[in-house]
Structures are given as C-alpha cells and as structure tokens.
Design a protein around this ligand. Structure first.
Ligand SMILES: C[S@@+](CC[C@H](N)C(=O)[O-])C[C@H]1O[C@@H](n2cnc3c(N)ncnc32)[C@H](O)[C@@H]1O
Length: 253
C-alpha cells in the first residue's frame, strides 16, 4: 500500500499522529498482507501497541498483551525520579507492574539493579515475565506477592497503581476503556483506594532512607502526598513537564 494512502486511512480513522503510526506499522509488518491486516485492526479501534505487539517506552521495546495496561509516556517521570541516586546491586520493586515497563526501564537505566515486580492480574504477570527476569515477577495482591526476604531492603518502590476515580472511567478514551482490564484503571471512589494499600505497607518494605514513588495526577497529588505524610514518610510532589507526569516521592526517614 502506498505510504500516503496508509497515512490518509489512519487519519480518516481519527488517528491524530497518523504519520508516526504509519511508520510504526510499516516497520512492524513483514509484508503487504500483514500491513493490511494490522491497518484493519487499527482502523477498528485497537490500540496501536496491541496491533504491533509492543510499546516504545524510555527507549525500550516493551512487550504488551491484550487486557494489560499499555505503558504511558508520562510514566517516564516515575522512572527518571526513581533512577536518580540508585546504584547497581540495590533493590527496586515495581508494584502494580502491568507489563513491567517501569521496572525494565529502571533496570536499563541502572544496570545491575535487583528489580522485582508484582501484579494482581495473571495476564499482566505473564506479560511482565517477558520484559523482566521472569523469576522475579510475582502474582498477588500488593505486598503479599513479594518474597518475605525483601522486607526492609527495598531502596526504591515504584508504583503506578490505578488512580482513575470509578465514575471517571466512562469518560476515558475507548482505547483504554475497551482494551485494558478494569483492575488496571479503577482506583475506587476517589481514585486512591489502591494507593492507600500501597502507602500503608511501604514502611515495612523500604530500607532506611528508601523511597516510595507513586504516579498520580496533578489534581490528586496533594492527597497522595497526604497519605504518605500520615504514614510517616517525608513527601514531595515532583512535576516533570517534559512528559506531563506527576510523581509523589515519599522518603523513609
Ligand atoms: C495503571 S496500571 C499500571 C501498570 C504499569 N505499572 C505501568 O505503568 O504501565 C495499574 C496496574 O495495577 C494492577 N493492580 C491493581 N490492583 C492491584 C493490587 N491490589 N495488587 C497488585 N496489582 C494491582 C493492575 O492489574 C494493573 O496492571
């Protein structure tokens, strides 16, 4: 298919970044038939990342899977803030890991880091095992999934838990609503339900001076910071304008 026709078809299907998508599809397809099949799936509304089977994140190619949250570019803010000051051999945990993109990006930024990850969704765990050392990815509810030996040893805990208030899910773009599992999006009435569990357990798992980093929205950040302060962590809100990301960092004194 001529490139201009590919771009025009994507644009008329509502793809805002039609040229970028055309390039990704062209590079991913092995022949014209596969390109046509991929284009049809994309025009039908399937997220580009699911169509090609990967997401570009922090310079990495992250494997994605149906139903599993596709990593968002704004989450690079979490990776940048977490990587600062981390050294080889230290322990990092990616809790609520989805594809494991955050942990994989941390590992790429700090070679030799000991990265563990966990998620409550079996599809996410299977996917994360393709992006991280598989034996360090665990299935279960928050900290109950982690090996007990990590208690008190975690230098950095990165968490992008679901934080969309339940009633706002209906307002999300269909690409997310229809293709990502509800457990990946729903943060409860005020969007903070899972974060409450994360913050409540953090002090048992962090090493002295360790940091908990939670992605949130600018509007919710003061409440996320309030949860951390109440748990005894020193909380700071970090904005990353480059990627429009907001992270709350809580340090165990
Ligand atoms: C917004 S997605 C983020 C995924 C990934 N961290 C990322 O940034 O791409 C939230 C993830 O939290 C997981 N999750 C929700 N509740 C959980 C819980 N109680 N324990 C562990 N994981 C949970 C979901 O399955 C989903 O993969």
């Amino acid at each position: 298919m001529p490139y201009a026709e590919l771009v025009a078809t994507l644009r008329s299907a509502g793809c805002v970044f039609a040229e970028d998508e055309a390039r990704v599809l062209t590079e991913a397809a092995r022949d014209d038939a596969e390109l046509a099949a991929m284009l049809a799936r994309r025009v039908a509304g399937e997220p580009l990342e699911l169509v090609v089977g990967f997401a570009a994140f922090c310079g990495l190619r992250i494997a994605v899977a149906p139903g599993v949250f596709v990593p968002r570019q704004r989450s690079a803010a979490l990776v940048r803030a977490a990587a600062a000051g981390l050294s080889s051999g230290e322990v990092a945990v990616d809790l609520c890991c989805g594809t494991g993109a955050l942990g994989a990006a941390l590992l790429a930024a700090v070679p030799g880091l000991e990265v563990y990850a966990a998620d409550v969704d079996p599809d996410a765990v299977a996917c994360a095992r393709r992006n991280l050392p598989a034996e360090r990815v665990f299935l279960g509810d928050l900290y109950s999934a982690l090996p007990d030996g990590l208690r008190g040893r975690v230098c950095v805990l990165v968490v992008n838990a679901p934080y969309v208030p339940t009633d706002d899910i209906a307002l999300m773009p269909p690409e997310a609503r229809d293709h990502e599992h509800r457990v990946a999006l729903d943060g409860g009435t005020d969007g903070l339900d899972v974060q409450r569990g994360v913050v409540a357990g953090a002090t048992d798992w962090l090493a002295p001076g360790g940091r908990l980093l939670i992605e949130t929205s600018a509007a919710q950040s003061s409440r996320t910071a309030g949860l951390m302060t109440a748990a005894g962590l020193a909380a700071e809100v970090v904005r990353d304008e480059d990627v429009d990301g907001t992270v709350v960092v809580g340090t165990l004194r």
